[in-house]
Design a protein around this ligand. Structure first.
Ligand code: GLN
Length: 492
């Protein structure tokens, strides 16, 4: 584990560095928790949190300190974490960024939340997000947009924007997120943090409010690949309560990151550098690829012929699944219920009409349309077939290369309000990330420099269950560069 970084303020330290300090007894979890809760309060204007759970945090911190004294500390003992507000947390508000769930207190914990708590983590709160994780800028949240700590006029990306902003602003060293089309990796890129989306099925979805079940996957946002490895080891693995979680061995991801990149075959997708990518971002990504090349990896140009169809395919499949998943919010069982309905149909219509925001309604309508009898074959079935082609492209590519590297997002952070009137431009933000979701592959975004003062992300995608490999590559890159250590000026 990383040695003690002499002189580094506690809020600047990574999880691994904090774990070291806690083990040595330099500070207690309560001291650390109080300090970070103070920062969370101080920077409330970022709007990164929907709920701050100070009482839970202090109780968990004290418990962690007692466990350490007794010599029974788990792998995350006393370490602070925040959860995206779509992970169910027992006894704590879980809104999913929506008015329809604005009073929902979950009766149980999501598996990810449960596993982290059992490992000794301390939950500071629940982070802001796009409503039902539908968005790329955090602007669809019922609770208002999140500010990007690098420039508060800009969006931190989305949908896990609150998690990314909190980690970038050094309010907390790590956060959970979910990624259906890029919602961990894109905000990580736009805030200069590390975002890991594991293989579909690697981490249980139990207790995650569903958006598009065949694409949703839980992951983490941290400041180092090492920390992502530490957390993945805790949350990965089969869960009998999620039939899509996979019974595949969970390696020691932390031990795995020391593997050098020498000999690694890195695929560079020709289509990724076509028009649409900001030239300054392209330059940063190319420089980072050169650095990996110099460290001994080889760069191999590859083609993903169907990748250009990934955004339209996603915007058929994801809304179709969402229209089905969100039908459970009907004002009857839980969630918002409209007052004084005229009859049952009116209750449904008004509860949903009042509870959902515009983007969610747009997706439900699109999804219902593509699944309707007359259009199912033309849209949904066609999209499923194209999804297969995209998966096959990746499969073919991974016969020649070990990882695929390229940009995470087409631009750096954009202004809040800049793209809200044009959903298509907003959807194109995920052009480089969606392919991995459609194919169920693991991906990670690591900071790889700055363009006009704003962070740029490098994305690494691996074959199924190759988290160890992409984490090692990301970690080795972070040994060569210091981009991930740079903090936004007002949050240093
Ligand atoms: N931005 C994409 C969307 O709006 C992806 C969201 C996500 O990954 N949750 O659907």
């Amino acid at each position: 584990m990383t040695a003690d970084p002499a002189g580094l303020a506690l809020h600047q330290r990574t999880l691994s560095e904090l774990a070291w300090g806690l083990t040595k007894g330099d500070f207690t979890s309560r001291e650390l928790t109080e300090l970070l809760l103070g920062r969370v309060a101080q920077h409330e204007s970022l709007n990164a949190f929907i709920t701050v759970t100070a009482d839970v945090a202090l109780e968990q911190a004290d418990r962690a300190d007692r466990a350490r004294t007794r010599g029974v500390a788990g792998p995350l003992n006393g370490l602070p974490i925040v959860h995206k507000d779509l992970f169910c947390t027992k006894g704590v508000l879980t809104t999913c960024g929506s008015n329809i769930l604005s009073h929902f207190v979950s009766p149980y914990d999501a598996t990810v939340v449960e596993r982290m708590a059992e490992a000794g983590a301390v939950m500071l709160g629940k982070t802001n997000m796009d409503e039902f994780a539908m968005g790329s800028s955090n602007e669809t949240s019922f609770y208002g947009p999140v500010m990007n700590p690098w420039d508060t006029k800009l969006s931190p990306g989305g949908s896990s924007g609150g998690s990314a902003a909190a980690v970038a602003a050094r309010l907390v060293p790590a956060a959970t997120g979910t990624d259906t089309g890029g919602s961990i990796r894109q905000p990580a890129a736009l805030t200069g943090t590390v975002g890991l989306k594991p293989t579909y099925g690697r981490v249980s979805r139990y207790g995650m409010v569903a958006f598009a079940s065949s694409l949703d996957q839980a992951g983490v946002i941290t400041r180092s690949a090492e920390d992502a490895a530490l957390l993945l080891r805790v949350i990965a693995g089969i869960d009998r309560r999620d039939s899509t979680s996979v019974d595949h061995p969970v390696p020691d991801y932390v031990a795995g990151i020391s593997k050098p990149v020498k000999g690694l075959r890195i695929g560079v997708v020709r289509q990724h550098f076509d028009e649409g990518l900001d030239p300054l971002c392209a330059e940063r990504v190319k420089t980072s690829l050169d650095a990996l090349n110099e460290a001994g990896a080889s760069l191999i140009e590859i083609d993903l012929p169907s990748i250009g169809l990934s955004v339209p395919t996603y915007y058929v499949v994801a809304p179709a699944e969402c229209s089905s998943n969100l039908s459970r919010f009907d004002g009857v069982r839980f969630g918002h219920r409209s007052a004084d309905p005229e009859d049952l149909l009116d209750l449904y219509c008004r509860s949903r009409g009042e509870g959902f925001g515009a983007e969610v309604k747009r997706r439900i309508m699109t999804g219902t349309y593509v699944l309707s009898a007359g259009y199912y074959d033309a849209y949904y079935l066609k999209a499923q077939k194209v999804r297969q082609l995209i998966s096959q492209d990746f499969k073919n590519a991974f016969e020649r290369v070990d990882v695929i590297a390229g940009p995470t997002a087409p631009t750096t952070a954009f202004a809040i309000g800049e793209k809200t009137d044009d959903p298509i431009t907003m959807y194109l933000n995920d052009i480089y990330t969606i392919g991995a979701n459609l194919a169920g592959l693991p991906g990670i975004s690591v900071p790889c420099g700055f363009a006009t003062g704003l962070p740029v992300g490098l994305q690494l995608v691996g074959p199924h269950f190759a988290e160890e490999r992409i984490l090692a590559c990301a970690h080795q890159y972070q040994q060569l560069t210091d981009w991930h250590k740079m903090a936004p000026e007002d949050f240093a």
